[in-house]
Write a protein that binds this ligand. Structure first.
Ligand code: ZN
Length: 460
């Protein structure tokens, strides 16, 4: 009996000790095994037994780098009496943040009726993967486009753009040539052309309807209206104004002044002419074919520099209007480079009444005489011809008589002379012309914007 007693006592004792050890044995609790990318990581490890928190006895170390996704080790060491715990735990740095898609353009896209929406663009970026634009998947839904993207951790994002199939944009009509055209009585009005472009329909030039008419037998202002409508019923109209003017052949109109004009220079004659003009205190006008120091001297002395021609080659300048204005621009540039201004006064080689241009382009003078004014120039012909053109077979006496006999106090006297090489008879006649005309009471002027314009009739 006694023997059993001891056995029972020992058993009870062992059981009690076991219970006590069980209760006292420290337990490790490790809560945060995941950490978000970029966040600061502090391992949350606790050790405790039934009676007390023993956390101050643990040593925790880790190599967690929260800037990189992956699995890291956290080491936990703990010593307590005879108990020695060494544990290793895995901690995951995870990315839970969704990528983002930014749409270029409006959230409501526009497409032409019956056409596909033209993607305006988008970008996708992710906190970890960076630019994901080329990973975006596009699906076309009912009146919408759906954009989806996933990052390398499987976080997905989608957005959508509503599409309206509607065209509210009117087409545009572009007129060839000026929107205001000046014509003279009897000129032909020729349509210069137009084009019409629509954002949805493309080129709809053939749908343009033009209304209105031009009566070049009557002075007046006429309008041609060009109208076009696209397939969504958006309409555009533009107008062209055609001004029909009376031909101004002001051969007898004017102020009684004398405007000496010298064509085709500069040359050595120009220097001699400038000397005489200076000595006589007279201002004149030079319609030049070039520009040099004499041109500069003339301009600085108060004479007017006007444009004549760069080539003075009839077969070139009267072949077509492009050639003509290319030539005019060339002489304009030469003059500008020497005197620093763009002259707006011109004279057609051969005059606006020339017939030689018929050989090269029928009707070109009718076009050029209005187009040159459309471009802001004023052209001058002449109504007193010294007849010095050509060669020295014309004597200075003849030149003198041609001028003096045709001056009138009742008109603006625009005198045609030449200062190109060879015109020594002109130089010889000049001083007499000036002195005689002064004796008759004439004043000499250089052409300016107040000068009455003398135009010949157009013959081509
Ligand atoms: Zn000339």
């Amino acid at each position: 009996m006694k023997k059993y007693m001891w056995l029972i006592i020992i058993s009870v004792f062992v059981i009690l000790i076991s219970i006590l050890v069980f209760l006292l044995y420290p337990r490790v609790r490790f809560d945060n095994r995941n950490v978000n990318l970029g966040e600061v990581y502090n391992p949350d490890v606790k050790v405790y037994n039934i009676f007390t928190d023993l956390s101050n006895r643990i040593r925790v170390s880790n190599n967690v780098d929260t800037s990189k996704l992956g699995s890291y080790d956290v080491k936990v060491e703990f010593k307590y009496f005879f108990i020695n715990i060494k544990n290793k735990y895995a901690v995951e740095v995870v990315d839970k943040e969704n990528p983002v898609i930014n749409l270029v353009g409006s959230e409501i896209g526009r497409a032409c009726p019956g056409k596909e929406y033209v993607e305006e663009g988008y970008t996708a970026s992710d906190n970890y993967d960076g630019d994901l634009t080329d990973k975006v998947i596009i699906e076309t839904g009912d009146n919408k486009i759906i954009y989806t993207v996933s990052d390398s951790s499987g976080n997905a994002f989608n957005t959508e753009r509503k599409i309206e199939y509607i065209d509210e944009e009117a087409p545009t009509i572009k007129l060839s040539g000026n929107s205001t055209i000046y014509l003279y009585l009897g000129n032909n009005y020729q349509e210069l052309g137009y084009s019409a472009i629509d954002n949805c329909d493309g080129d709809i030039t053939d749908k343009v309807v033009s209304t209105g008419n031009v009566d070049t037998s009557n002075v007046g202002t006429y309008k041609i209206t060009y109208t076009v409508t696209d397939s969504s019923n958006n309409t555009t109209s533009v107008e062209r104004t055609i001004v029909v003017k009376k031909i101004v052949t002001q051969m007898t109109y004017g102020n009684g002044n004398v405007y000496l004009t010298f064509d085709d220079g500069p040359s050595e004659r120009t220097r001699e002419i400038l000397d005489i003009l200076d000595e006589e205190g007279v201002k004149a006008t030079f319609f030049v074919c070039g520009a040099n120091a004499y041109t500069k001297r003339a301009y600085d002395s108060g004479h007017t520099i006007a444009l004549h021609s760069n080539t003075h080659n009839y077969s070139y300048i009267y072949a077509n209007s492009n050639n003509f204005f290319e030539d005019l621009n060339a002489i304009d540039t030469k003059v500008f480079n020497v005197i620093g201004i763009h002259s707006k006064f011109t004279r057609f080689p051969g005059g606006s009444s020339n017939t030689i241009s018929r050989r090269y382009h029928t009707g070109i003078m009718s076009y050029l005489t209005s187009e040159i004014e459309n471009r802001g120039y004023t052209y001058f012909d002449w109504n007193v011809d010294s007849n010095d053109a050509g060669s020295d077979v014309y004597s200075s006496d003849n030149i003198y008589a041609n001028v003096i006999n045709h001056l009138s106090h009742n008109k603006t006297n625009i005198v045609l002379m030449h200062d190109s090489g060879g015109h020594s008879a002109t130089v010889n006649a000049l001083r007499n012309i000036i002195r005689t005309a002064k004796g008759y009471g004439y004043s000499f002027k250089a052409i300016d914007s107040s000068t009455p314009v003398i135009h010949h009739g157009v013959n081509n």
